[in-house]
Design a binder for this molecule. Structure first.
Ligand SMILES: *Cc1c(COP(=O)(O)O)cnc(C)c1O
Length: 387
């Protein structure tokens, strides 16, 4: 064996350091069986996916979709970026469908939520823009801030008093101010209070609201459009990002916004311009599911009841659990405590995973339970008992 290069020596040392802290990650060798996960020969309920409505586990739905497919219509590649020959009828249809559902001028579909959050701020940002972002924004948005020419400040999680102080102090220095938050937060499962943000938007000129609904799209509101629909704030949201890869059981993401912003993103957003468009068949599947979304309120209500039940059980057993949603974290403390708790629940038949730094702050390692409407009542009962 040749001696490792200086780079490999450095990387190896860092990996060892991660292992010592219990923060080393590796790709699991699990298999999926419908709504179950099989690991080490054990079949467990999958409580670590984002298939919140159980649509990805619904074979009947896939069968119905596949019956309509023909070899001519089944296009597994767009073979081009959107700006060249990669825009198909299905892309246009979904964008019209989304703009209509949200009552906005325009929508733009991109490869994934990561691309949108990492691409929008670098595209629209400039030296006279201030971005005020919740401290717990997703990594993709953080990357967008890093690449943006805008001045970016993060406010304490859901601390709207601090947010208003920042506005009062800085509003006059900037031409535009983007306030950015997730609606349901991915790691804590708690929520933004959108009317507080729309009130700030009315009070300070030049404010735009940027809302990441990755964990709420499909789940909240009468038609499943997200928390902005549920909280009656849709008209005041300027940039609303949703993903198709979570509750909607597909892949890709969208932003709904004004026509001007959409046209600008088409011209300037590098994560949109310089990548191959989503495959047309994937868009067909997304459109098939979008058509059904408003009618899935039974599943949404079920998930709401399940979250309520599990959060109550977690509190009753003394867990620190900030959630108000179907994402139920059990905060354990150190990485090794979280790993132990996850293993214990896995032994009881529930595939849950520890979430460790840097995904969450040091000292708040946790087990993150992602509920899905496809989990049977008896299993939920058993899970509550296993806590
Ligand atoms: C998953 C997620 C994204 C990224 O979406 P993808 O389509 O999976 O790339 C963005 N924001 C939040 C809050 C997310 O949880």
């Amino acid at each position: 064996m040749s001696t490792p290069s200086p780079l490999e020596q450095r990387l190896q040392a860092e990996l060892e350091c991660l292992k010592e802290k219990g923060n080393y990650r590796s790709l699991p060798g699990t298999e999926r069986e419908g709504e179950f996960v099989v690991a080490d020969g054990r079949k467990m309920h999958n409580l670590s996916s984002n298939d919140y409505l159980g649509l990805a586990a619904d074979t009947a739905l896939r069968a119905e979709f596949l019956r309509r497919q023909t070899p001519e219509g089944f296009l597994p590649s767009a073979s081009s970026s959107r700006l060249l020959t990669g825009t198909f009828a299905a892309h246009r249809r979904i964008e019209q469908q989304l703009a209509g559902l949200y009552g906005k001028e325009a929508a733009l579909v991109a490869s994934c939520g990561y691309h949108l959050n990492a691409g929008i701020l670098p595209a629209i940002g400039h030296g006279r823009m201030l971005v005020l972002a919740d401290k717990l924004m997703h990594a993709s948005f953080i990357d967008g801030m890093r690449l943006s020419a805008a001045r970016c400040i993060r406010y304490r999680h859901n601390d709207y008093a601090q947010l208003e102080q920042l506005l009062a102090r800085h509003a006059a220095e900037f031409e535009s101010i983007v306030i950015a938050t997730e609606s349901i937060f991915s790691m804590d499962g708690d929520e933004a209070h959108l009317p507080r943000l729309t009130a700030l938007k009315r009070k300070y000129p030049g404010v735009l609201l940027y809302l990441d609904e990755a964990h709420a799209f499909g789940l909240r509101g009468n038609r499943g459009l997200g928390c902005a629909e549920e909280q009656g704030c849709l008209p005041e949201i300027d940039l609303l990002v949703g993903t198709f890869g979570k509750a909607l059981a597909s892949a890709g993401a969208f932003v709904v916004c004004s026509r001007t912003i959409r046209d600008y993103l088409v011209n300037k957003m590098r994560t949109f311009v310089f990548t191959t468009a989503l495959p047309p068949w994937q868009m067909e599947w997304t459109s098939f599911l979008l058509d059904r979304l408003p009618a899935l309120s039974g599943r949404r209500e079920r998930l709401g009841r399940m979250g309520h039940f599990l959060r109550r059980a977690a509190h009753a057993r003394g867990y620190l659990c900030p959630s108000t949603s179907h994402i139920v974290p059990l905060i354990a403390g150190t990485s090794s405590e979280a790993a132990k708790l996850a293993l214990r629940l896995q032994e009881r038949g529930f595939y849950v995973l520890p979430v460790r730094p840097p995904s969450v702050p040091e000292g708040t390692a946790r087990v993150r339970i992602s509920l899905t409407a496809s989990l049977p009542d008896e299993a939920l009962q058993k899970l509550a008992e296993a806590l």
